[in-house]
Design a protein around this ligand. Structure first.
Ligand SMILES: Nc1ncnc2c1ncn2[C@@H]1O[C@H](COP(=O)(O)OP(=O)(O)OP(=O)(O)O)[C@@H](O)[C@H]1O
Length: 381
C-alpha cells in the first residue's frame, strides 16, 4: 500500500510543471525518498537556495494534490537547498564549511529564515547526548519564563523520544483543528504546547532524516495557532547529527540553552553541541548543569557524586554564560512522572527558584544579544 502510494505521489510530481522551466522534478532526481506512515507523506525537494521562493507555490500545490489521495491525510514537503548532483537526498552543509560567526552575520542569517507570525523568539533547549534531563529542563525553564510574566509555548521536537506530553500530562489529549490547515495547541499550566509525539508515532519519526524532521518541525511551528507568544521553547532531539544540524541551520533560533551533566563524557558532547550552534550562527544563551549534585532525601545532605561544577568550568572555557546547577533530586523526577513539573508543583521550593533564575539569565542574554545586533557598526577610516 505504502509503495503504491509512493509511486502515485511520484507520478503526481512528475506531471507537475516545474516553476523554473526545467524538466519535471522526478526525472531531475531532486525528490528525496518518500516516507508514508500514519496517513502522512513526507519528503523533501532539493532546489538551489536562490530558487526556494520560486518553488514555494509548487511545494504547496504538490501538498494539496497529494492530500487528495486516499490514504494520505497530510503531506509535508520540505524545500531544502543543499543537494549536490547525484546525491539521493539533501544533507545539511558540513558545519566546517560555513563562514565564521560574527554577531552581525548571525543576525543577518537569522533574518533570512522566516519566523513564526506572532512569536517573538524561538529558543532551543539542546543536549549533546540523550538522557541528561533536557526535556525536564525544557519544561521547567519554560515555566520559569512563564513566572517571569512571559507568554510561553513549548514545542517538543524530540523525535527520538518525545516526552513533553508525559511531562505536562497531555498524553491522552489530541490537538484539535483550528480550521483550514491550522491546529490548536494544547495548553498546560499556562503554556501552549505541541509535540511531534502527538502527531506521528515514534517508530515513524525515528527513521526520518534531517529534512523530514525540519519539514515536520516547520509545520508544527507554522501550522499551529500559537497566538501571541513572547517565547517558543523548542525541546530539541538530543545529539548533533543530521536532524539537529538541519534544525539549527533552518529554524530561526534566537538562542540555544545547552543541558549537560557534570561528567566529562557529557561535557564533551555538550562542547560538540555548542560548536554546532556556533557554526550555524545561533547564539549560546548558556549551559545548565543538570544532576549537578545529590540531595539525600532522608537527611537533606548534599553529595557531589558526579563531580559537580564541570559545566561551569566548561562554560567559562567556552566563554558562554553558566545558567545554573540543578540537583539530582527525587522530587524533580517524581513530579515529572506525575505530569506536574516541579516549578508548577512546588513554586515556592528551592528547585523552582533555580529554574526561574535560569530563565532570567537566559532572558537577560537574549536582551543583550538583541541590543548587540541592533548596535550600529562604526567604521574608522
Ligand atoms: N535533576 C533531576 N533530578 C532527578 N531526576 C531527573 C533530573 N533531571 C531529569 N531527571 C530524570 O531523568 C530522566 C531523563 O530525563 P529527561 O527525559 O528530561 O532527559 P532527556 O535528556 O530529555 O532524555 P532524552 O534524551 O531521552 O530525551 C527522567 O526520568 C527524569 O525524570
Amino acid at each position: 500500500m505504502a509503495d503504491e502510494l509512493k509511486t502515485t505521489i511520484r507520478s503526481i510530481l512528475a506531471a507537475m510543471k516545474a516553476p523554473d522551466g526545467g524538466g519535471d522534478v522526478v526525472s531531475r532526481n531532486i525528490v528525496s525518498d518518500i516516507f508514508v506512515a500514519d496517513g502522512k507523506a513526507f519528503f523533501s525537494l532539493s532546489v538551489p537556495a536562490k530558487d526556494a521562493e520560486l518553488f514555494e507555490p509548487f511545494r504547496r500545490d504538490a501538498e494539496r494534490h497529494i492530500e487528495k489521495l486516499d490514504g494520505v491525510g497530510k503531506a509535508m514537503i520540505a524545500l531544502t537547498a543543499e543537494k549536490t548532483a547525484g546525491e539521493p537526498a539533501a544533507r545539511p552543509a558540513p558545519v566546517e564549511a560555513r563562514a565564521p560567526t560574527t554577531p552581525q552575520a548571525g543576525a543577518e542569517r537569522r533574518a533570512t529564515k522566516p519566523g513564526i507570525p506572532n512569536v517573538e523568539r524561538i529558543v532551543a533547549v539542546a543536549s549533546g547526548k540523550g538522557g541528561v534531563g533536557k526535556s525536564t529542563t525544557a519544561v521547567n525553564f519554560a515555566l520559569g519564563l512563564r513566572d517571569l510574566g512571559l507568554r510561553v509555548g513549548i514545542l517538543d521536537a524530540d523525535i527520538y523520544g518525545p516526552s513533553i506530553p508525559r511531562l505536562l500530562d497531555l498524553k491522552d489529549k489530541k490537538p484539535q483543528s483550528a480550521g483550514g490547515r491550522l491546529l490548536m495547541p494544547l495548553e498546560a499550566y499556562g503554556l501552549k504546547a505541541m509535540s511531534i509525539g502527538l502527531l506521528v508515532s515514534e517508530e515513524t519519526a525515528m527513521v526520518w532524516r534531517g529534512p523530514m524532521v525540519v519539514s515536520a518541525l516547520n509545520q508544527m511551528m507554522r501550522e499551529v495557532e500559537w497566538g501571541h507568544l513572547d517565547m517558543l521553547v523548542v525541546d530539541m532531539p538530543p545529539g548533533t547529527g543530521d536532524a539537529q544540524l538541519t534544525m539549527a541551520q533552518q529554524v530561526p533560533l534566537a538562542g540555544a540553552v545547552i543541558v549537560s551533566t557534570p561528567q566529562d563524557l557529557s561535557l564533551i558532547d555538550a562542547r560538540r553541541g555548542i560548536s554546532m550552534f556556533r557554526k550555524t550562527d545561533v547564539p549560546i544563551l548558556g549551559i545548565v548543569e543538570n544532576m549537578s549534585y545529590f540531595i539525600a532525601p532522608d537527611t537533606g545532605a548534599r553529595y557531589d557524586i558526579f563531580g559537580h561544577g564541570g559545566a561551569e568550568v566548561e562554560a567559562a572555557a567556552q566563554d558562554v554564560p553558566f545558567l545554573g546547577a540543578v540537583p539530582l533530586d527525587m522530587h524533580i523526577r517524581v513530579r515529572s512522572d506525575e505530569g506536574v513539573p516541579i516549578v508548577q508543583a512546588e513554586p515556592d521550593g528551592p528547585h523552582a527558584t533555580i529554574y526561574r533564575d535560569m530563565a532570567a539569565r537566559a532572558l537577560a542574554g537574549l536582551e543583550l544579544g538583541k541590543h548587540a545586533s541592533e548596535a550600529p557598526s562604526i567604521v574608522f577610516e
